[in-house]
Ligand binder design. Structure first.
Ligand code: GLN
Length: 506
């Protein structure tokens, strides 16, 4: 048994806390020490709250020794993506326009973490306003993949995935609008879960595309994701799209890890062409393992997925252009006076601030969105995209008649090199080809590690379930994880090179 708390899963940490073998202060301090030692190489964090985390840990220890009814994860620390508002802690969404902004309130999910007694280690790096698949669009510099520091950790939530993958946090919060929890999990060898739309409150998330955004867990095991899902999930009157029903029995399903008799559908449009051969091989092997465990495999077709990416890149920019209008230099963060203008108008300050405060990708999408929503083009672009969205949802409904869950590779390739796709937005967008349909339809999705590609880098396996049936994906993910653990003789992440000996070349 390891004595290093940073190597333990959240479930294991919870057991040690309950047994009195470790205190929350010890666990939190161990993570802060490791952040100091290796995060300068990874850059998973934008802000580390040392004093706050230790104070919350001491409070969790006090509550436990006072015999208070302990929540399952009480005392287990967590990192939070910087798009989630945290009272008194800087929240930038990876953008220069929010530099220095300190939110006056907590997101609902943060309130729930605090109520559960989970110390918040800090805020994690991300693509600006969650736009991207590599974390290279952060205004504060990229995060690196703990498997290979010259590679991307995925995006937009590369900071959360890298924090968990590099053992800089046992758990993290991500948000997924088109894949930003699942694709980073895929390329870092970690687990990421996007709950059903409305399953976790969006109150206090800085909105990217409100009809697609969903917060969820980034962890190293499926059970840890389920445990965290139960903490942050459930109805919230502050979010009008929040589902008014109990959280699905995700922990129970993750513990049972049973696929006997389950019909697993392989989506024809999400395999083969466009997927790297080694990614496809790991996927096929994972399917075979699930068959060995008693699942029944069927092939399904979702013909409108071909148009999903195009529809997403009209709907997302449309909603984003509207959501980002509030960054007007008056209410939050940055304010820039235009140069050489003596008494600038509000409009001139706004224009200068938005020019200086937003990065290229954000500007690209604002322009795309305002164009798609403009009077003359609304029907041709936004309207058509909404129709495709309905067809994608119908494809899913038909597929779920034939199968209980659907599976695919999470991403078409393993982690690419930093800089590789930075000048080619379309190539960057194509990385989310397999994750985007779930957001359009509002259904839940999970990514679990499926092994390594020919380049020695992690490959992810995606499980999709019908809306509000999140437990099904946890059951399948846990079954696959158990089968692979047996085959590998230990967690995949144990094969990642030691960060202590790695060098940052650029
Ligand atoms: N990579 C996708 C995008 O750039 C997904 C982003 C996300 O899920 N936040 O839009």
């Amino acid at each position: 048994m390891t004595s290093d708390p940073t190597r333990l899963s959240a479930a294991e940490l919870a057991d040690r806390l309950a047994a009195g073998e470790l205190s929350s202060v010890e666990i939190t301090q161990a993570h802060l020490d490791r952040i100091d030692a290796v995060d300068p190489k990874v850059h998973a964090y934008l802000h580390v709250d040392r004093d706050g985390a230790l104070a919350q840990a001491a409070e969790a220890d006090r509550r436990r020794s006072a015999g208070e009814d302990a929540a399952a994860l009480m005392g287990v620390p967590i990192a939070v993506k910087d798009v989630v508002t945290t009272k008194g802690l800087p929240t930038t969404a990876g953008s220069r326009i929010l530099q220095g902004w300190i939110p006056p309130y907590d997101a609902t999910l943060v309130t729930r973490l605090k109520q559960a007694g989970m110390p918040i280690l800090g805020k994690t790096n991300m693509d600006e306003f969650a736009m991207g698949s590599s974390t290279e669009h952060s205004a504060y510099g990229p995060t690196r993949n703990p498997w290979d520091l010259e590679r991307i950790p995925g995006g937009s939530g590369g900071g959360s995935a890298a924090a968990v993958g590099a053992h800089l946090a046992p758990l993290a919060i991500g948000t997924d609008t088109g894949g930003s929890i699942r694709q980073p999990a895929s390329v870092t060898g970690t687990v990421g879960a996007k709950p059903t739309y409305g399953g976790v409150s969006r109150y206090g998330l800085i909105a990217l595309a409100s009809s697609l955004d969903q917060a969820g867990p980034c962890t190293r095991t499926v059970l840890d994701s389920a445990l965290l899902h139960e903490v942050i999930g459930g109805h919230d009157p502050m979010d009008s799209t929040s589902i008014d029903a109990p959280v699905p029995p995700v922990v129970e399903a993750a513990r049972r890890a049973d696929v006997t008799g389950l019909r697993i559908g392989i989506v024809r449009e999400l395999t083969g062409d466009g997927y790297a051969p080694d990614v496809q091989r790991r996927f096929d092997e994972a399917v075979a393992l699930l068959t060995d465990r008693g699942a029944e495999i069927v092939e399904v077709s979702c013909p409108h997925f071909e148009q999903a990416l195009a529809a997403y890149y009209l709907i997302l920019p449309s909603e984003a252009s509207s959501n980002l209008a509030k960054f007007d230099a008056m209410r939050y963060g940055l304010r820039v006076g235009p140069e050489g203008v003596e008494r600038p108008s509000a409009e001139q300050v706004m224009a200068a601030t938005r020019d200086a405060g937003f990065g290229d990708e954000v500007k690209r999408r604002i322009i795309l969105g305002t164009y798609a929503l403009s009077a003359g083009y609304y029907d041709a672009y936004y309207g058509q995209a909404q129709k495709v969205r309905t067809l994608v949802a119908r494809d899913f409904a038909a597929a779920f008649e034939q199968a209980d869950v659907l599976v695919s590779p999470t991403a078409p390739t393993t982690a690419f090199k930093l800089g590789d796709k930075l000048d080619d937005p379309m190539a960057m967008y194509r990385n989310d080809i397999a994750t985007i349909p779930a957001n359009l339809a509002g259904i839940p999705g999970l990514s679990v590690p499926a092994g390594l590609g020919d380049d020695g880098l992690p490959v992810g396996f995606q499980v999709l379930a019908p809306a509000t049936r999140d437990e099904l994906m946890y059951g399948v993910g846990a079954a696959l994880e158990a089968a692979l653990l047996q085959e590998w003789g230990g967690p995949l992440l144990d094969r990642a090179p030691a960060l202590e000996t790695m060098e940052v070349a650029r």
